[in-house]
Design a binder for this molecule. Structure first.
Ligand SMILES: Cc1ncc(COP(=O)(O)O)c(C=O)c1O
Length: 358
């Protein structure tokens, strides 16, 4: 399905001027751009070869860590900032404020540097040291917040972002959880990329949800091209139940009265299934995937890949499953992919399995 790069260039057009090491990409595919922000989007798909070798379905992973800031959130950070400037919502000199796990903040930081806006991110304790250091390196401020308390709690990360905007008009809250510029980034870029890369063959789209922008925006585009496309959202078991996402999705008795503790950008009418897995299962699989496929993926990417591998065994032959990778496992080598962290955080069995104590 994907174009194989030539090992040796034999074209008369280039005069056969190079001989590529096996599997290396054609030099003519290497981009030259005028600005850092042009290195957002156009990320590769890689086929999964060894995790489910005899399955009828084929799995590809969309590697969005290839964006310049290292995650899918470059797409939304850049698009939110540019769109808000164009619409007159973000005025010159205003500070961009939002809450999140760090990836969007890196996108905001890059867009902010290009457009002259400083950035403050309200982050909780799960912000990885790699991302925190990168944000500081890029000049962003990090304010501690919590997502384990309700939004009316003063330490809640969303409440803090809202307070920043309310109390100081020089702050502008970017609202990644509800702004339409988030899913539209994916509807206008990630979706068309996957459609083109699979030559319209994609049959299943799987992505983890936080704000829901990725699964919804990409899903909306792909569904518009292929009405029978299956859209599967993945998330942590504990989080989905706590936020009432599953109760809403399944329209369980009394769902209208429940507190809706999940973002507006999760489009429940679009999603066919919500699959959840535990943290321990996913971390373990992350180590397995790295050592089996050589694919180094962040935990949410592994969560989706785990679901994709199970699905690949059930689907009709010819099915093409695209599983989304939001960021790289490199951002987690001091946490989930570190035996010391695992042992200190209740995951000793995983540490012992992959890095046996001497
Ligand atoms: C690592 C990672 N995975 C998955 C997601 C989910 O993406 P979305 O917010 O589009 O649902 C995010 C976004 O917050 C993320 O940072």
């Amino acid at each position: 399905m994907l174009r194989e790069p030539p090992v040796t260039d034999t074209s008369t057009e280039t005069g056969g001027r190079w001989s590529l090491p096996q599997g290396f990409r054609d030099p003519r595919d290497a981009p030259v751009v005028d600005d850092v922000l042009e290195l957002v989007g156009g990320t590769p798909l890689v086929r999964v070869n060894r995790l489910a070798p005899d399955a009828p379905g084929t799995i590809y992973v969309k590697l969005d860590q290839f964006n310049i800031g290292g995650s899918s959130k470059d797409r939304i950070g850049v698009n939110i900032v540019r769109s808000a400037i164009a619409a007159g919502e973000l005025a010159e000199g205003q500070r961009i404020v939002d809450f999140g796990a760090g990836n969007t903040a890196i996108g905001y930081a890059l867009a902010g540097l290009a457009t002259g806006h400083p950035v403050t991110i309200v982050a909780n304790a799960t912000l990885s040291p790699e991302k925190a250091n990168l944000l500081r390196f890029l000049g962003a401020d990090i304010v501690p917040g919590r997502n384990d308390v309700p939004t009316d709690h003063p330490e809640n990360w969303e409440a803090i972002a809202a307070r920043y905007e309310r109390e100081d008009p020089s702050n502008w809250w970017a609202r990644q959880a509800s702004t339409a510029y988030n899913p539209s980034s994916h509807e206008e870029s990630t979706g068309p990329e996957i459609w083109e890369q699979t030559a319209g063959g994609v049959s299943h789209w799987i992505a983890a949800v936080a704000t829901g922008g990725t699964v919804s925006g990409t899903g909306r585009y792909l569904r518009s091209r292929r009405p029978d496309l299956q859209i599967i959202a993945t998330d942590w078991t504990e989080k989905v139940d706590k936020s009432n996402l599953r109760a809403y999705f399944e329209r369980r008795d009394g769902w209208q009265e429940l507190e809706r503790d999940f973002p507006e950008n999760i489009d429940l009418d679009l999603i066919d299934r919500i699959e959840t897995r535990s943290k321990a299962e996913v971390i373990d699989y992350g180590w397995h995937v790295a050592r089996t496929e050589g694919l180094v993926l962040g935990p949410t990417s592994i969560l989706s890949l785990l679901v994709a591998v199970e699905l690949a065994k059930e689907v009709d032959p010819g099915s093409v499953i695209v599983s989304f990778s939001a960021d790289s496992g490199r951002d987690y080598v001091t946490r989930e992919y570190n035996p010391d962290w695992l042992r200190a955080n209740g995951f000793s069995e995983i540490a012992d399995k992959y890095v046996p104590a001497p």
